[in-house]
Design a binder for this molecule. Structure first.
Ligand SMILES: Cc1ncc(COP(=O)(O)O)c(C=O)c1O
Length: 437
């Protein structure tokens, strides 16, 4: 007996990150690899109380409590959808609760969008690099990925327009405007307006993924792209980074023309997102909890980002190692000098007790300049400030070893330490290197 796999399984691959996480799960390794929110930010007390309230018998008997353990509507818990619609309107996205679909993490939103909008060989525009989990969600539909290059303000408007035409009308452009995973970069206000305007003009739909937008350090990000042309956009959000990822609670807002199909795909996938989790989350946030909770996450992550920047400045060898200064989110992007390779660096780093994720898997199609192989993602939120100092010192040791062995020239090449504009550096996130101006 032999199994015949569906053709779409050719597009399914194990998550490189999860494979790496398995390799580095040894005691003592400081990990900058995973995208795990800091457990200290999980609101244990508020969750305990909310769970108790959701399960408590009330004046109407225990019917409501039992409902939280029953099958429920595929669209999601009504009061939570209302809350989200109001929140999205505050951010400039004019939607009603009927346009909000609760998803089992925003990862499911990506999967539903893929199922509803992609056929085999459908042209699909993505940033370069982009979120690996989105590539994983889209790949089984076997679309034709078209990376859109950018500059320090975000994806190029011209490149987007050209890419949207080049292979027939693209199904959508998948974008992460705020503190992107993996780079930590954001799209500037002017570029947002230009992208949205041009996309509307050429009839290119947008899928905007925004799990990190609330985690800003200095100033809130500009309004979302979806709000500028809601009929032309799907917006994805998540409670993973502001409450707890284990709740598996995300949401999407879609135009009325699209929502019924997304809902049908959701029904087929899992009937509904756990109603208990939805009611607990609603119980926690309904009274304005996030208004005080999220600033504490921002303060913690900002201190961790600052610690990582300071440690990089202190420890990285001069001559060609460059990194950005994210204005929010969880990740920092680092580029090694020419001739170096982040995948080859990883085992050396793990030897020294520190781990990261190489950048190459985040590219649908690596650029010809070799920068993908030289880049790596560092999460600054899971390790403590002390661990960040130790981990970056260890990483710098591994980098020094690799640059000495493989690209000794880079240390001597004067131009490499200059921090020129980098294709991935967006405004506040311009790349810097140690010793750079
Ligand atoms: C850009 C992006 N989108 C979506 C997700 C999925 O988030 P979740 O399914 O936990 O809501 C993540 C998770 O890290 C992410 O970084």
């Amino acid at each position: 007996m032999s199994w015949t796999l569906a053709r779409r399984t050719e597009g399914m691959n194990p998550s490189v990150i999860r494979e790496i996480l398995k390799l580095i799960e040894r005691p003592g390794v400081i990990s900058f690899a995973g995208g795990l929110p800091a457990p200290a930010t999980f609101p244990l007390e508020a969750m305990r109380e909310a769970c108790a309230r959701v399960l408590r018998e009330d004046a109407g008997g225990d019917a409501r409590a039992r409902q939280s353990l029953q099958y429920a509507a595929s669209e999601g818990y009504g009061p939570l959808r209302e809350w989200l619609a109001a929140d999205l309107r505050r951010q400039g996205l004019e939607v009603g609760a009927a346009q909000v679909l609760i998803t089992t993490g925003s990862q499911q939103g990506l999967d539903l969008v893929a199922k509803v909008l992609l056929d085999e060989a459908s042209p699909l525009l993505v940033e370069s690099p982009t979120y690996l989990g989105a590539l994983q969600a889209f790949a089984p539909m076997q679309p034709r990925f078209i990376p859109v290059p950018g500059d320090d303000e975000g994806p190029s408007v011209e490149a987007m327009a050209q890419a949207a035409r080049a292979h027939g009308p693209a199904r959508f452009f998948y974008l992460l405007p705020n503190f992107q995973n993996p780079t930590g970069c954001s799209i500037g206000e002017t570029r947002r307006a230009q992208l949205a305007e041009r996309a509307a003009a050429i009839g290119l739909p947008l899928v905007e993924d925004n799990p990190y937008g609330d985690l800003w350090f200095d100033a809130p990000p500009p309004p979302c792209l979806a709000g500028r042309d809601p009929a032309n956009a799907v917006y994805l959000g998540s409670f993973s980074k502001v409450l707890a990822p284990g709740l598996r609670l995300g949401y999407l807002a879609a135009p009325p023309a699209l929502l019924p199909k997304l809902l049908q795909a959701k029904q087929a996938a899992d009937l509904h997102t756990p109603i208990f989790n939805q009611r607990v989350a609603h119980e926690v946030i309904a009274g304005g909890f996030l208004d005080t909770h999220v600033p504490t996450i921002r303060a913690l992550y900002r201190a961790q980002r600052d610690a990582m920047l300071a440690a990089l400045e202190r420890h990285m060898p001069a001559g060609g190692v460059r990194w950005n200064r994210p204005a929010g989110g969880m990740f920092l992007w680092l580029e090694l000098p020419p001739g170096c390779d982040a995948s080859a660096l990883l085992p050396r780093a793990v030897e020294r007790g520190v781990a990261f994720v190489p950048g190459a898997p985040f590219y649908a199609d690596a650029p010809a300049d070799g920068s993908a192989a030289r880049s790596l993602r560092l999460s600054f939120v899971t390790a403590s400030v002390e661990q960040i100092e130790t981990g970056i010192a260890a990483l710098a040791g591994a980098v020094r070893e690799q640059t000495d062995a493989a690209c000794g020239d880079a240390d001597r090449a004067p131009g490499r330490s200059e921090a020129g504009p980098h294709p991935l550096a967006r405004s506040a996130n311009a790349f810097v290197g140690r010793g750079a101006p």
